[in-house]
Design a binder for this molecule. Structure first.
Ligand code: MN
Ligand code: MN
Length: 467
């Protein structure tokens, strides 16, 4: 053997160098990944908001033999239940053969994505055009939301208590909405502003109509025409907006990206690209040894506060109910539990390479990414997974041939971000972040790889099945 080969072999043995998933997995598995992606795209077009997603997953759970959780019932191994938290987050659970004192295994992802919420009193008219005023939700680059097709989703609770569900702009026959932008010819001043100041929060107003109610004199006739149409269709008056949750999201459909169809472009991969495989993984596991939970939560993008977010106690209460059924103290169950906090990470983008540190960035197609800690400025606001737990997860993924990589969110002190990991870790549960790398994260149209999506499914399934 030449000296060159000896060095090469030794490097292969001793160096850490993650590879493109297609170099590792079989052609058959690549095919499975492509098929998995087809169903994912269908979901992405039918679960754009947390409410629509919860409905989608509960319907699918019922088809898979899940029933609504009843805290007064006694469940046996193999039983499958779902817990619907106010229509905005959901826990899927399969009871295991082990005693509950051994702890539970949790995969937790979030269903909410950055978007524009309507203000409580949103409707107005200006220059004979009607608009909705919005307040953006989560971290967005505001300029990205102008001049793209938008749809309206959500619920209105009418004065008499009746609930009206709204979804306009997704069906091919539906009208859509838009935020107008300034033409370049007149934008000299706007273009001089910084990107964060180019479009202000108060100018994110949605164009919703332009035809007046009647020919005769009078003000606000376009607005009147709009509310009259809404009254005819939904039976609402203007004050009903006060008790509504209406969300403006991009009207794009999920599509393959690239000549090789290796990628998927869609709105809301963060974090539905983890929620979907986490749900599919629990649906795919029959008779687990540990009791297993997939938690699909809300409000992550605004910091996890609120009773449908993971900084509230709903997960703790659910596990407490399980503990009581098994005659165990809740904290003993929590302390013995393990969790994959399933969230996306920023994929290395060669066009913006300077924000990433290449040895610790995650890459498209190199498999599911483990993020040991998130946070910012000296690991502030994070849960840093222990070496022991990281070691355990690593052994499990390697044993099950799941392609994975390590990733940190950007260079030190460049920025940072958080996930739900710390809220679960604060319950004394062992937690690590694991998810899918995303390009253009938080943009109206984000990009992921089909192979990474499938590896996430394989990782959650392995976690649920592993001893
Ligand atoms: Mn996320
Ligand atoms: Mn996010």
């Amino acid at each position: 053997m030449s000296e060159k080969n000896v060095i090469k072999d030794l490097q292969k043995e001793l160096f850490y160098s993650p590879k493109h998933a297609s170099e590792i997995i079989s052609e058959e598995e690549q095919k499975k990944a492509d098929e998995f992606a087809e169903d994912y795209k269908y979901y992405m077009d039918h679960g754009k908001t947390e409410r629509e997603s919860v409905k989608y997953f509960i319907e699918k759970a019922k088809k898979n033999g899940y029933t609504e959780f009843d805290r007064n019932k006694n469940y046996v191994a193999g039983d499958k239940v779902y817990y619907n938290n106010r229509g905005k987050s959901v826990i899927l659970c399969v009871f295991g053969t082990r005693p509950i004192a051994d702890g539970v295994k949790i995969s937790a992802a979030h269903l909410d994505s950055p978007r524009l919420d309507l203000k409580p009193n949103p409707l107005y008219e200006d220059a004979e055009m009607a608009y909705f005023k919005t307040h953006y939700y989560g971290g967005i680059k505001k300029y990205q939301w102008t001049a793209i097709p938008l749809s309206l989703h959500g619920v209105i609770i009418k004065a008499d208590g009746e609930t009206v569900e709204v979804c306009i702009g997704e069906d091919d026959n539906d009208p859509q909405f838009v935020i107008t932008d300034l033409l370049p010819h007149l934008a000299a001043d706007q273009m001089k502003r910084t990107m964060s100041e180019g479009i202000s929060g108060e100018s994110l107003n949605i164009l919703i109509g332009s035809r007046p109610f009647a020919k005769n004199e009078g003000s606000e006739k376009v607005k009147l025409n709009i509310i009259k149409l809404l009254n005819e269709k939904y039976g609402i008056t203007e004050s009903d907006f006060l008790s509504a949750e209406l969300e403006i999201v991009p009207a794009f459909k999920a599509r393959d990206i690239g000549f090789d169809r290796s990628l998927i472009g869609a709105y809301g991969h963060d974090d539905k690209v983890c929620a979907y495989p986490a749900a599919e993984a629990i649906f795919a596991v029959e008779n687990p040894s540990y009791t297993i939970l997939t938690v699909l939560t809300d409000k992550e993008e605004t910091g996890s506060d609120g009773n449908t977010g993971l900084n509230s106690s709903y997960l703790k209460y659910f596990i407490s109910d399980l503990a009581k059924m098994g005659g165990e103290e809740p904290w003993r169950v929590l302390s013995a539990s393990e969790c994959l906090s399933a969230d996306v990470n920023a994929a290395f983008d060669p066009i913006y390479a300077d924000v990433s540190e290449p040895k610790n960035a995650s890459y498209i197609n190199k498999g599911v990414v483990i993020t040991k800690y998130t946070g910012a400025r000296g690991k502030g606001g994070t849960s840093d997974a222990s070496a022991e737990f990281m070691g355990k997860i690593r052994r499990m993924l390697d044993k099950e041939n799941v392609v994975w990589q390590i990733g940190e969110l950007g260079k030190v002190d460049i920025g940072g971000g958080g996930t739900v990991a710390m809220y679960i870790a604060n319950l004394d549960v062992d937690v690590i972040d694991l998810g899918v790398p995303v390009l253009s994260m938080h943009a109206p149209y984000e990009v992921i790889s089909k192979l990474d999506l499938y590896m996430a499914f394989r990782a959650f399934k392995a976690f649920f099945e592993h001893e």
